[in-house]
Every structure is written in structure tokens, then in C-alpha cells.
Write a protein that binds this ligand. Structure first.
Ligand code: NAD
Ligand code: DAU
Length: 351
């Protein structure tokens, strides 16, 4: 099987490619990634020389490039995206370009080349927010997002992801494209860019810096280890039904404050470093996922408990200080500029 993975140099993409190649699943991977600020080839060092792996630097918005790359592919797994909500509040245009226009390019090229399967990797944020429930007193009747929950995206990021989902599903309806949409809750684990809550707090804690919690810290997220998400994506790719949406969640609802306190405790620093800062604009109060469809139809369930997963993640950041320090110093951007010389939007020259 040959698959085109987009965004494979990012957090989930690099974990997904490693999962696919490490498992010796007979899958050949072409990774198309523009290496934006969030893309990092160091994330893939362990598989760079794998015979089943090829890297192409390029933009999913470049139709001619995408058209060439989808030839002969058995599937496209689209992970390329602008992924950070806070950045979308400052400038939404790159989100519209990559998340909407880029997805449209991939769908059109895949249709033209008759690629048999397309997995659109999406997010629970397209459903909007849920009423608040205290995760410390779990309520089995508290509402959760199902695949039938109406879309109600509330940030520019989630609006562009919802747009891409609807486009993807419309290709199934109108062109009978074999499209699957997956919607996952908040991921954490190794190689996550230190702008997202968990890696930001872990790296700040390791450096003894303050831990900036938005608002009252009571917003709830459902945390899933990235390895569970990657296994779900592989199952959806292999066994999902065309035109179907699958939710993935971690059975781990926590307030941000619970998460940050757990990190402070794991790093053995004082809670006094926690600082309450101005709230995110339009901050969604609670996400919670009902993933019973994935359990029933894909035989999937999350396997990594939150406490265990958080502990191993803190340990990973402890042991990979060079990785996040190089990101913080902006060293990669300089490296890529020198290597590719063009600000990051085109393919590298052939070796
Ligand atoms: P990330 O920001 O870590 O990585 C995104 C990758 O996409 C980077 O390697 C970047 O260089 C690449 N990219 C960006 N624009 C591109 C373009 N125009 N052309 C080619 N490559 C481009 O993101 P992530 O957290 O790994 O998320 C991956 C996908 O999973 C996204 O679609 C995101 O919406 C979705 N998702 C993320 C989470 C989460 O918690 N992180 C949860 C659910 C769904
Ligand atoms: O739910 C899935 C989504 O999860 C993905 O689609 C997104 O790509 C991913 O970024 C993530 O979005 P969130 O906005 O939920 O994640 P983030 O890590 O940015 O924030 C998690 C929570 O922590 C949120 O309630 C905001 C809060 N927060 C975040 C940061 C960066 C803070 O309190 N302080 C911070 O410094």
C-alpha cells in the first residue's frame, strides 16, 4: 500500500508515520510537508532512512505538486494544517489557505487520480463547546459530542476545520469519493510543539518559568495520548466506511488547572508558578467525546491512561531538552532557510 501523508513533520503526523513504519505494515509513505514553524524533520530522524519513507517539502496549496504526488497512491491521509487556536485569533488567513484551500486541492487531485481512499484528520472543536460539568464528580449523563452533533465551530481555526470536513464529505456525496473524516480530542505526547498547553507547561516548569493559565482554569478538555490517536487513524484508514465520521477521545476529561497542577507535581515544582492570565477570546468551555462508534465499528479504544501518559510525556521532554530548546531558539527556521533557501513553500532540489 502507498499512502501520501500530509503534515507528517508535525506532532501527530510524525507520530503517525513512525507508527506506520515501525509496525512493518508493508505501507510506503510519502510525507508532504511545507515545514512551517510547526514542521520539524528532527521529529522523523528515526525513520528518515527507512526504505518505505520519502519526504517531499511542499505546500498542499500547490495543485501541480499535489497532482503529481497523488499518482499511484492508495490513500491520502491529510494531517497538514495550521493547528493552533491562539494563532488563528491573531491571523486567520493562513488557516483558511491551508485548512480549507489545501484540503480542496488534495480532494480534487485525489478525485482526478482516482485515489481509492482519503482520510481527513479533523478535530472535536468543529462541534463547538459543551456545558460545563465538573470532571472531579463525573456524571455519566453529561452530554458528549457524537458524530451526529451539529457543527458549531467558534474559532477561526475550528471554522476552517469544519469547512474542510464539509468539503470532504461533499466529495463523497457528489463524486462518490471514498472519504473518511476523523474527529479527535486534545492530543498530547512526544514531539508536540511547545505552544500547546501540555508541552508549554512542561517546558516552562522544567525551566522554572511561570505557568500561564487562561481565565479561571476550569475549561475542560478530553486528553488522548497521540499513540491512541495514531492507532485509530490507521484503523480508520484500513477498515473505515466511506462517507463515515469517526470520533476519537481519551476518556480523560480534566480541567486545565488539574492538568497544570499534575505537571507541576511531576516536575516537582511549586504550584506558586501557576499564574492566571487573561482568558482566550471565545474560549470553549468544555469538550468531551463519545467514541462508541469507533469502538463498535473499528474495534478501537484508548489504551493509555492520562496519569501514565502524562508521566511518560514529562519524562520525554526531560530527556529531549535539546529538541525543545532548539525550537525555542528558532534554530530550525534558520536551518531550513539555509537548506532550501526559499522561505519554505517549495520542494527541495533533487539530491
Ligand atoms: P502541527 O501544527 O504539529 O503540525 C502541522 C504540520 O502541517 C506541520 O508539520 C506543518 O509544517 C504542516 N503544514 C502546515 N501547513 C502546510 C501546508 N500548507 N502544506 C503542507 N504542510 C503544511 O499539528 P498537529 O497537532 O500535529 O495536528 C495535525 C492534524 O491533526 C491537524 O489537521 C489538526 O487539525 C488535527 N488535530 C490535532 C489535534 C491536537 O490535539 N493536536 C487534535 C485533533 C485533530
Ligand atoms: O480538541 C482538539 C484540539 O486541541 C485540536 O484541534 C487543536 O489543534 C489543538 O491545538 C487543541 O486545541 P486547544 O485550544 O484545546 O489546545 P491548547 O493546547 O491550545 O489549549 C488547551 C487548553 O489550555 C485550552 O482550554 C486553553 C488552555 N491554555 C492553553 C495555553 C496554550 C492555557 O490555559 N494556557 C496556555 O498557555
Amino acid at each position: 500500500m502507498r499512502i501520501l501523508v500530509t503534515g507528517g513533520a508535525g506532532f501527530i503526523g510524525s507520530n503517525f508515520i513512525r507508527y506506520i513504519l515501525d509496525g512493518d505494515r508493508g505501507i510506503q509513505v510519502t510525507n508532504l510537508d511545507a515545514l512551517t514553524y510547526a514542521g520539524n524533520l528532527e521529529n522523523l530522524q528515526g525513520v528518515a532512512d527507512h526504505p518505505g519513507y520519502r519526504f517531499v517539502r511542499g505546500d498542499i496549496c500547490d495543485f501541480e505538486l499535489v497532482r503529481e504526488l497523488v499518482q499511484g497512491m492508495d490513500a491520502v491521509v491529510n494531517l497538514a494544517a495550521e493547528s493552533h487556536v491562539d494563532r488563528s485569533l491573531v491571523s486567520a488567513t493562513p488557516f483558511v489557505q491551508t485548512n480549507v484551500m489545501g484540503t480542496q486541492n488534495l480532494l480534487a487531485a485525489a478525485l482526478e487520480a482516482k485515489v481509492p481512499r482519503f482520510v481527513q484528520v479533523s478535530t472535536d472543536e468543529v462541534y463547538g463547546e459543551l456545558p460545563w460539568f465538573d470532571p472531579e464528580s463525573p456524571d455519566p449523563d453529561a452530554p458528549r459530542f457524537t458524530e451526529e452533533t451539529p457543527l458549531n465551530p467558534r474559532s477561526p481555526y475550528s471554522a476552517t476545520k469544519a469547512g474542510a470536513d464539509l468539503l470532504a464529505l461533499s466529495y463523497h456525496t457528489t463524486h462518490q469519493s471514498d472519504v473518511i473524516v476523523t474527529r479527535c480530542s486534545n492530543n498530547y505526547g512526544p514531539y508536540q510543539f511547545p505552544e500547546k498547553l501540555i508541552p508549554l507547561m512542561v517546558t516552562n516548569a522544567l525551566e522554572g518559568r511561570s505557568l500561564p493559565v487562561y481565565g479561571d482554569g476550569l475549561n475542560v478538555r478530553d486528553w488522548i495520548h497521540v499513540s491512541d490517536h495514531c492507532r485509530g487513524l490507521h484503523l480508520a484508514l484500513e477498515n473505515g466506511s466511506a462517507g463515515r465520521v469517526y470520533n476519537f477521545g481519551g476518556n480523560a476529561e480534566r480541567t486545565n488547572l488539574q492538568v497544570v497542577r499534575a505537571i507541576a507535581s511531576a516536575v516537582e515544582i511549586s504550584d506558586e508558578l501557576i499564574t492566571f492570565v487573561e482568558d482566550r477570546r471565545g474560549h470553549d468551555r468544555r469538550y468531551a467525546i463519545d467514541h462508541s462508534r469507533a469502538v463498535k465499528e473499528l474495534g478501537w479504544e484508548p489504551l493509555v491512561g492520562f496519569e501514565e501518559g502524562l508521566e511518560s510525556t514529562v519524562e520525554w521532554y526531560r530527556r529531549h531538552e535539546g529538541w525543545w530548546q532548539r525550537i525555542r531558539s528558532g534554530e530550525y527556521q534558520q536551518f531550513y532557510r539555509e537548506m532550501y533557501g526559499d522561505g519554505g513553500r517549495h520542494r527541495p532540489p533533487s539530491p
